[in-house]
Design a protein around this ligand. Structure first.
Ligand code: DC
Length: 214
């Protein structure tokens, strides 16, 4: 019997569109590893701030990047990243200071190059559900399983407020969509799902119903 390729599911979308909850749910239902690429950009942003580096000082950020070791792995079925020997907590990753600087850090091509190389490694040997902004367009452009999860701006802002997180979602979206390297866009061939009036479970089921195994 012919061996099938590992299942790679790319889920992109703007901030607070629900893509993380959906990606985690799809991974759980299918027994695949879940990776939040945003958490990787957040972890490095936290490290920049922790080291007293100004996020707008590009050469200082690059200097730190070149001196920093990244170790990516898995904890159960969830991707992990340790930076400089430290694994950041969820509270650190969603800190207001990180929310305010992550788009700037993620717009630096050298930072993306380093993290994209780590992200591709997850897809090399086993299946993965990965969510972010450029997963279907840049990280795994060859997968037939690309989804773009969207929601109305007011729904997304309300979701962040309900989480008690201070996050200027529209400002991050503006920066993430307008940057020159790997901007947020609907990847070619992606299925668009509007989650505004759907539960997370309904979105998970829609995604699973459309998955193809090559
Ligand atoms: O998904 P998130 O909100 O946790 O992502 C945080 C930031 O990281 C987002 O504002 C832009 C950046 N990001 C990116 O540039 N590319 C990705 N694939 C994922 C996130």
């Amino acid at each position: 019997m012919e061996e099938s390729n590992p299942l790679i599911i790319a889920i992109d979308g703007p901030a607070a569109s629900g893509k993380s909850t959906v990606a985690r749910g799809v991974a759980q239902r299918l027994g695949l590893v879940f990776v939040s690429s945003g958490a990787m950009y957040r972890a490095f942003t936290w490290w920049v701030l922790e080291n007293g580096v100004d996020p707008s000082d590009r050469s200082a950020v690059l200097d730190l990047l070149n001196r920093t070791e990244f170790v990516c792995g898995k904890d159960g079925r969830e991707g992990t990243i340790d930076i400089g020997g430290k694994r950041m907590t969820d509270a650190e990753l969603s800190a207001t200071a990180v929310n305010g600087s992550v788009s700037r850090i993620a717009s630096i091509p050298e930072v993306r190059e380093r993290l994209v190389a780590e992200q591709r490694r997850y897809g090399a040997d086993s299946g993965v559900v990965m969510e972010g902004r450029d997963i279907g367009s840049v990280v795994f452009p060859d997968t037939p399983n690309k989804f773009y999860i969207d929601a109305a701006p007011e729904v997304r802002a309300a979701r962040r407020r309900a989480q008690g997180i201070i996050d200027s979602v529209s400002e991050r979206d503006r920066m993430d969509s307008s940057r020159s390297t790997s901007p947020l866009l609907i990847p070619e061939g992606a299925v668009l799902v509007d989650s505004s009036h759907l539960t997370a479970e309904e979105v998970v089921s829609r995604v699973i119903d459309m998955i193809v195994q090559e």
